[in-house]
Design a protein around this ligand. Structure first.
Ligand SMILES: *Cc1c(COP(=O)(O)O)cnc(C)c1O
Length: 385
């Protein structure tokens, strides 16, 4: 019988410094988007470098919606995305009346397979939405090459990719139209709920800033601000309500300062899992190529074909040992909405399907102790045969 306390699959790493920062924002009298959010945007842009513009939003989903709207995705367009992702990556295309072309992933990285992207392009294709699965960069050189040859935009779902590098550059600095980070509770840093869209394109940034807050044009406002009273504003589009609160901004600023330490701890935990689990009949997650950074948002293990236990049996054994796990993800081609809308079948996605049947994500979070990780490793060694 297990007597240890339950070890969750993920837990946010919040200290008194974050609590103080949020309390300060609350006491300041300014709780909606204000000085904290503005400072968070500037500090986030400086962290990525390369003169990027950072636009804080209340979720990565909102950021993806803003990015697709800004690049002009509309009714009848198609966007190409991997089937092995969270529904947010592609639901935003449907908000705009566009459709998602889901494609299979690479068997080693579980990232979108560039060859499958190429095969899915039609005259309606507008954009490619790579997802840096688990925090490992997609083959961005191949994706940018396809985008260039076919005149397509690239919007990165970078929800797992803080910080991740591709060919030596941080995700967020790459030549895509935009990259969207998530600060959801279990991501590599959190604001409770929140996200950040990053772009180098001034026009896209301006559009996203307007659409983030009801279509209120700052330009229209600023142009007349010397002559018009403070209450005056102009609406230039039916925008959204996607702005970040200053409590979230204040929390994000502290988390961003701690990010280098977070990355280090995640890398340590991942390295130990990779070392300790290598004798088991598992496919361990691919590490980043030498010199590149893996964000290690997730540690996804897959049972090898010669393993004598099933994925569900491993999840049950870990649960009996008081250890939480998850599955990232039930592929979208299996989700009723996407399956039925596009008539998708498992046979169309052999790699994602094979991986899905055998995969689970084990606990990996910065406040996890060495002893807690020892428990996970011991439980896996006891049940994976
Ligand atoms: C978490 C996540 C999102 C959505 O992020 P929110 O901030 O919760 O909206 C999108 N895509 C992927 C791959 C995610 O993991």
């Amino acid at each position: 019988m297990n007597t240890s306390p339950f070890l969750p699959f993920a837990r946010p790493d919040i200290t008194e410094a974050e609590i103080d920062a949020v309390a300060r924002a609350m006491r300041s009298g300014w709780v909606t988007t204000g000085p904290e959010t503005k400072a968070f945007e500037q500090e986030f842009a400086a962290y990525l470098g390369g003169g990027v513009q950072a636009i804080a939003v209340n979720s990565a989903t909102a950021g993806l919606h803003l990015a697709l709207e800004a690049i002009g995705v509309t009714q009848g367009d198609e966007v190409i995305a991997p089937t092995l992702t969270f529904t947010a990556t592609v639901e935003v295309a449907r908000y705009l009346g566009a459709d998602a072309k889901l494609v299979d992933v690479d068997p080693v990285t579980l990232n979108i397979d560039p060859a499958q992207i190429e095969a899915a392009i039609t005259p309606r294709t507008k954009a490619i939405l790579p997802v840096h699965y688990g925090g490992l960069a997609c083959d961005m050189a191949a994706i940018f090459d396809i985008a260039r040859r076919h005149g397509l935009q690239v919007v990165e779902d970078a929800a797992h990719a803080l910080p991740t590098t591709a060919n030596g550059a941080l995700v967020g600095q790459l030549p895509s139209a935009a990259a969207v980070f998530s600060f959801y509770a279990n991501k590599t840093m959190t604001t409770g709920e929140g996200g950040m869209v990053v772009t180098k394109d001034e026009q896209l940034a301006a559009r996203m800033r307007v659409m983030r807050l009801h279509g209120i044009s700052r330009d229209a406002f600023d142009r007349f601000s010397s002559k018009t009273p403070a209450w005056y504003y102009e609406i230039v589009a039916p925008g959204f309500k996607y702005n970040m609160t200053d409590m979230a901004g204040a929390l994000g600023r502290v988390q961003l300062q701690r990010l280098p330490a977070f990355v280090q701890r995640r890398q340590q935990l991942a390295a130990r899992y990779l070392h300790e689990l290598k004798a088991l009949p598992l496919i361990l997650p691919a590490d980043a190529p030498p010199g590149e950074t893996h964000a290690w948002h997730l540690f996804v293990i897959r049972l090898r074909d010669d393993a004598r236990v099933t994925r569900d049996e491993v999840i049950q054994a870990l649960s009996d040992a008081g250890i939480g796990t998850s599955v990232h993800y039930v592929p979208l081609h299996r989700q009723p909405y996407w399956r039925d809308r596009y008539g998708l079948t498992p046979e169309q996605f052999p790699v994602a399907e094979h991986a899905y049947q055998r995969m689970l994500s084990v606990p990996l979070f910065t406040s996890m102790s060495d002893e807690e990780q020892t428990r996970v490793i011991a439980a896996l060694k006891a049940c994976v045969r």
